[in-house]
Design a protein around this ligand. Structure first.
Ligand code: SF4
Ligand code: SF4
Ligand code: SF4
Length: 316
C-alpha cells in the first residue's frame, strides 16, 4: 500500500500543475501513529505531503458536499461508492471530479492493535507487504495485517473502486468466501426483549458527541435533526431514550445509502459498534430490493423511487 503514496503525489502534482483541478483531496500521515488525517492541497509543490497506508480509514467524501470547484480525490471501494451516492443525490457533479481509484486491501483496526500491545504507547508503525511492525519505548512486535483488519473490511466484497478516472494499481481479487451479515443474523434471531436489551447495551456508553455523524459523508443535512430546536425532535441529553432516538433515526437516514465504510465506528471515542444499526438496514435493502448502495450512477436508490408495478403488495 505504501507504494501508492508516491503515485498519489505524482498524480496530484500533475493535475494541479496542469490546472485540471483546483484542489486535491487525500490523506497525510497522522501526527500520532494509526491516525492519518484528511488533507486538501491546492499548491502542486505541497503534493509531497500526501500519504497512503492501511490507516486511511476516514471517509473523504465529507469534503465533497456542495463544492463547485474541480476536485481530484483518492477513492478505494467504499469511498468510491460514497462518491456515487453524492453524485446521485446531486451533492457533486461527475464532471467536477477526477477520481484516483485505489484497489484496497482493507484498513487496520487501531483498537485491535492497541489491545495486542496491551495499550502500551506506540511511537511508530512500519508497514511491509502483508505485515506491520509496531514499535514503542521498550517493545517491537510484528503482526499479520489480515488478522487486524477493521470488522467491515474483513467482510468487504467491494474493495475495488466502482468509479474512477485513473487507477493506482492492479485490481485486487474481491472476497467471495465471506458472510457480511453473520452478526446481523444473530440479532435477527433474538426475541424482541432480547433485541431491545442488545441495542440498549450497545449504546449504553454513548456520550452523544456526534463524532459518528460528523465522520459520515451521508450526514450532510444543513441542520441535523438532533440540532434542531424549533421544533426539537429529540432531547439533547444522554437519557437512554434520547440516545436511542438519535441512533435509530440516524440509521434510517442512512438506509440504502450506507456503504459500510466504517468511518463512523472508527472515530467513536467509546468504541461503540453502531454499524449494527446501519448493517441491518443494508441487509434489509439487499433482501427487499436487491440493492447495495453506490454501485452505479445509473440507478436511483430504492427509497427514492416508486414503481406502480412494484412486486411488494404492501406498497400497492
Ligand atoms: S470497506 Fe472495503 S473498500 Fe472500504 S476500506 Fe475496507 S476493504 Fe477497503
Ligand atoms: S453510516 Fe458509517 S459505515 Fe455507513 S457510510 Fe456512514 S460512516 Fe460509513
Ligand atoms: S461517536 Fe460514539 S459516543 Fe459519539 S455519538 Fe456516536 S456512538 Fe455516541
Amino acid at each position: 500500500m505504501l507504494k501508492y503514496t508516491e503515485k498519489i503525489q505524482e498524480i496530484a502534482k500533475r493535475l494541479l500543475q496542469e490546472k485540471k483541478i483546483d484542489v486535491f483531496i487525500g490523506y497525510k500521515k497522522g501526527s500520532v501513529p494509526m491516525m492519518n488525517e484528511p488533507l486538501l492541497i491546492t499548491d502542486p509543490d505541497k503534493a509531497d505531503r500526501l500519504y497512503w497506508d492501511n490507516f486511511c480509514g476516514l471517509n473523504l467524501c465529507n469534503y465533497l458536499t456542495r463544492r463547485t470547484d474541480k476536485i481530484g480525490i483518492v477513492a478505494n471501494g467504499c469511498n468510491s461508492r460514497n462518491i456515487v451516492t453524492h453524485i446521485i443525490e446531486n451533492q457533486i457533479q461527475r464532471d467536477q471530479l477526477y477520481i484516483v481509484g485505489i484497489p484496497c486491501e482493507g484498513m487496520i483496526d487501531h483498537r485491535a492493535v492497541m489491545r495486542a500491545v496491551k495499550q502500551k504507547e506506540i511511537s511508530d508503525i512500519e508497514q511491509h507487504g502483508n505485515t506491520f511492525t509496531v514499535k514503542g519505548a521498550d517493545f517491537e512486535e510484528t503482526f499479520e495485517k489480515e488478522k487486524f483488519l477493521q470488522t467491515n473490511c474483513a467482510v468487504c466484497i467491494h474493495r475495488n473502486p466502482v468509479i474512477y478516472d485513473e487507477l493506482l494499481g492492479d485490481l485486487v481479487e474481491e472476497q467471495t468466501d465471506v458472510s457480511p451479515y453473520q452478526d446481523v443474523e444473530k440479532v435477527e434471531e433474538m426475541d424482541p426483549e432480547k433485541k431491545q436489551g442488545f441495542f440498549t447495551r450497545l449504546i449504553s456508553r454513548c456520550i452523544r458527541c456526534y463524532a459518528c455523524r460528523n465522520a459520515c459523508p451521508l450526514c450532510y443535512c444543513p441542520t441535523c435533526f438532533v440540532d434542531e430546536s424549533k421544533p426539537q425532535w429529540v432531547g439533547k441529553s444522554s437519557d437512554p431514550t434520547d440516545t436511542m432516538t438519535f441512533h435509530l433515526l440516524r440509521a434510517y437516514h442512512c438506509a440504502g445509502r450506507c456503504t459500510d465504510c466504517g468511518a463512523c465506528e472508527r472515530v467513536c471515542p467509546m468504541g461503540i459498534s453502531m454499524r449494527q444499526f446501519t448493517k441491518k438496514l443494508n441487509k434489509d435493502c439487499q433482501d427487499l430490493f436487491s440493492w447495495e448502495a453506490g454501485l452505479t450512477v445509473d440507478q436511483r436508490p430504492p427509497l427514492d423511487v416508486y414503481r406502480p408495478d412494484d412486486y411488494n403488495e404492501f406498497i400497492k
